[in-house]
Ligand binder design. Structure first.
Ligand code: CP
Length: 326
């Protein structure tokens, strides 16, 4: 299968045009239907995807590995710590050499100020598509799965629908800001009005904010920023609330912990969900800090679509792999 996305990288959310993302969605829905009917779709027979991880994963590894197998190919799971990267293999070696062994290179590297540059550097030297399995700026495959889930639950016409992308309190670790950044870049293209909510210390990157405003203007949608979770939830059709870390000027983790502690009330609970529309869906990319970021009642409740969202990672990724690596 030779397509117009053949050979392309997916590193930032806007690397594919809106029309190209629509094609990804069409293929993803088709492959999801085929899987439900147990119809085989060996579009990447004998192709191999390298999956290079600098950071842990449950869903990303599982869904890419299952996805390439459904396409008739194979995945090579490579943890950075078991390679010679610490002993001198630069992104040039990874791009040049893996580009000769494999048919695609997928990388997760979320270190602040390092991950996105690393993935782009590998892409510079790779002769095969490079896929971003999450860096510190973008999580494009999560965002494609989220878009697919929203289209399934809210229909194809998303204009005038309100999506809240909210910061939430979490105690486990400083999570990357890539998910909210990907969402505010991609969703305006599909007609959603986006309300972004965060406490003052949890701003997103200024360059991404400027691009999100530009996207909203271009696609004639609303983009507002508030510092109040409850205000943001009011009349929402889609509630997407998750934690992300602060852009600290210091690496002092105690300072980080002190800042975050002030916002323990930023939890998604049933009372806050009642502020949204009765049929509002609750989304989270997972893992979530249960009863800290979101209550069990919400995440396990009737409005939660988190498991469909996790499943759609696999269908969206199969579509991108088929279109780029075919
Ligand atoms: N949502 C997500 O990327 O999950 P993992 O970190 O488990 O891959």
């Amino acid at each position: 299968m030779q397509t117009f996305l053949h050979g392309r990288d997916l590193i930032g959310d806007l690397d594919f045009s809106k029309e190209e993302v629509e094609t990804v969605m069409d293929v993803a829905f088709d492959l999801k239907r085929k899987r439900a009917l147990n119809e085989p779709f060996p579009l990447l027979r004998d192709k191999v995807l390298a999956m290079l991880f600098f950071f842990s994963s449950t869903r990303t590894r599982g869904s890419f590995e299952a996805g390439i197998s459904h396409l008739g190919g194979h995945a090579a799971f490579i943890e950075s710590k078991s390679t010679q990267i610490a002993h001198g293999d630069t992104p040039k070696e990874i791009g040049e050499i893996f580009g000769r062994y494999y048919d695609g290179i997928a990388i997760r590297h979320v270190d602040w100020g390092v991950g996105n540059k690393y993935i782009n550097d590998v892409a510079k030297y790779s002769r095969v598509p490079v896929l971003n399995m999450q860096d510190e700026i973008y999580h494009p495959f999560q965002c494609l799965a989220d878009l697919m889930t929203i289209l399934e639950k809210k229909g194809r016409d998303l204009r005038k629908k309100k999506m809240v992308v909210s910061w939430a309190y979490a105690a486990s670790y400083q999570k990357p800001m890539s998910v909210p950044q990907s969402l505010i870049l991609q969703m305006p293209r599909f007609g959603l009005d986006v309300t972004l909510a965060y406490p003052p210390e949890f701003k997103l990157m200024p360059d991404i904010m400027a691009q999100a405003e530009e996207q909203a203007k271009r696609f004639n949608t609303k983009f507002e920023v508030v510092d109040d979770m409850e205000k943001a939830f009011k009349d929402a059709d889609i509630v997407y609330a998750k934690s992300w870390g602060a852009m600290l000027t210091t690496t002092d983790t105690e300072e980080g912990a002190k800042i975050i502690k002030k916002y323990e009330s930023w939890i998604t609970d049933e009372r806050k969900m009642k502020l949204a529309k009765p049929d509002a869906i609750y989304m989270h990319p997972l893992p979530a800090d249960r009863n800290i970021e979101v209550t069990d009642a919400v995440i396990d409740g009737p409005n939660s679509v988190v498991y469909d969202e996790a499943e759609n990672r696999m269908h969206a990724q199969e579509a991108v792999m088929a279109l780029t690596m075919g």
